[in-house]
Design a protein around this ligand. Structure first.
Ligand SMILES: *Cc1c(COP(=O)(O)O)cnc(C)c1O
Length: 459
């Protein structure tokens, strides 16, 4: 054994303890460190010929890289839609690394059983029918890729071909309809060979990001019975608008289409009694995408994909090999996801659900929603800013009242203050800013600090 490795083995308990103490110091400083420091430039260092051991690695990391890392796990990082990591989720994530399971199947470990239990807990949490089966993937993008891959195979089934077997050439063109799809849908269509241009944007309701269901019905009618894919959106990133899922699902009585719902963070509306109606009809989707590293507050990278047609999923993703066993009626995860070898991502989610249950996670959602509303009120009262949409759930979308073209500059000024991080966007053609609440740590005092930083940034 390499002497440094041998040494680390002997000192393993101390090394883990020191790393843990280091992590504790980081977490204790999280609320006060610059929220989004400029990444800066570091002189490249050559690959060490002889390493410095784990302690040396920790020191080098803390010195060279850590100061440039964001406080994205903290309470005032409101960019994109970014969750933190609950204490239990972090503990579960540590153990994931310690146990280093490869969740391929049931041959050698109960890990796959834990993943299945976690999927069923998530289904219960979100109020979804038991007809859905699911698997963990790395994020909502991969969840969308997986759901749309199953959709693609379904179109093949309708046309009497199998894309998995015969390839895309056998399938012919496919139309994908959506109102305000997330950018990852275009990426998914590119990856799947359906092509970004397969996506047709259907008009939204006036002043909304929710699709106009009448227009969608028209677009489907024009397809004249050709099977299609509809991507419905449950929580758009700019204004957290929701398509009318029930009305869209009902269109399947007249038109053949696969209904994929991108509910990356919007699915969590189910946890707030006042907002649960937004996801009415989610349980009628053919496939659903839910991110977990956003509002479930587990560490990156984690999402779940859910479908009612696991048979088609296994057709797409099966990885038959003598030593992996037959696919069968109850396929192992290796036959269901893009990856073969897979980290036990489910453990962090299992830990946080076991630790805080439905009540704990509902409280996080309700609090974040209330805090977004509070920031919305604060900004509405400032002459410097103008809200661009009502605060429907956990995102505040606003712009600089006098001159929206200053939105970028304001976002940079807020980041430079170290106090908060919000991301620029463009909404309805207007340069804008978004503040998204999905972290379990955020409090009213944080909202005050964010409001003050924004007030100063507007100058
Ligand atoms: C965040 C998000 C995605 C992409 O998620 P990743 O986890 O970054 O892959 C897709 N759709 C919606 C609606 C999102 O909010």
């Amino acid at each position: 054994m390499d002497p440094r490795l041998d040494d680390d083995l002997v000192q393993l308990p101390d090394l883990l303890k020191e790393t843990q103490e280091h992590a504790v110091r980081l977490l204790e400083g999280l609320a006060e460190r610059p929220v989004a420091p400029p990444p800066g430039r570091r002189e490249p260092v050559a690959l060490p010929e002889r390493g410095e051991g784990a302690r040396g690695a920790l020191e080098a990391f803390a010195r060279r890289w850590e100061p440039g890392f964001s406080a994205s796990a903290g309470p005032r990082y409101l960019g994109f839609v970014t969750g933190g990591s609950t204490p239990a989720a972090l503990a579960g994530d540590w153990l994931t690394g310690a146990l280093d399971q490869n969740v391929v199947g049931d041959l050698d470990s109960a890990a796959a059983g834990l993943e299945r239990e976690t999927v069923s807990w998530l289904r219960e949490l979100l109020g979804l029918p038991v007809a859905y089966e699911g698997a963990f993937v790395s994020g909502a993008t991969m969840s969308n890729v997986t759901g749309l891959a199953i959709a693609r195979e379904w179109i093949g089934e309708r046309r009497g071909v199998s894309v998995a077997e015969q390839g895309l050439a056998a399938l012919g063109p496919v139309r994908v309809l959506s109102g305000s799809p997330h950018s990852s849908i275009g990426k998914a269509l590119s990856v799947l060979g359906l092509g970004r241009s397969a996506l047709r944007r259907v008009e939204s309701l006036p002043g909304r990001e929710a699709v106009d269901v009448d227009r969608l019905a028209e677009a489907l009618r024009e397809l004249d019975g050709e099977p299609a894919i509809v991507v419905a959106n449950a929580g758009t990133v700019n204004t957290v608008d929701y398509d009318d899922l029930r009305a869209i699902a009902a269109l399947r009585e007249r038109h053949p289409f696969w209904l994929h719902v991108d509910a990356a963070f919007g699915a969590f509306a189910a946890l707030s009694p006042e907002h649960a109606h937004l996801v009415d009809g989610l349980g009628e989707a053919d496939s659903i995408c839910v991110d977990l590293h956003k509002w479930l507050n587990v560490p990156y990278d984690s999402a779940v994909q859910l479908t009612r047609r696991r048979d088609l999923q296994a057709r797409v993703f099966q990885n038959s090999a003598a030593y992996l066993g037959a696919v069968g009626d109850d396929p192992d995860f290796v036959h269901l996801t893009p990856e073969n070898s897979r980290r036990l991502r489910a453990l962090a989610a299992w830990f946080t659900l076991a630790a805080y249950g439905r009540e704990g996670h509902a409280e996080i959602v309700r609090r974040d929603v209330a805090l977004a509303a509070r920031l919305g009120e604060r900004l509405a009262a400032m002459p410097a800013y103008r809200l661009l949409a009502p605060v429907r759930l956990n995102v505040v979308c606003f712009t600089v009242a006098a001159d929206p073209s200053r939105a970028d500059e304001v976002a940079r000024a807020v980041a430079a203050s170290g106090e908060a991080f919000v991301t620029p966007t463009v909404y309805a053609g207007v340069p804008a800013l978004r503040a998204a609440f999905s972290n379990w740590r955020t409090t009213e005092a944080d909202v005050e600090r964010v409001a003050e930083a924004l007030a100063r940034a507007a100058g």
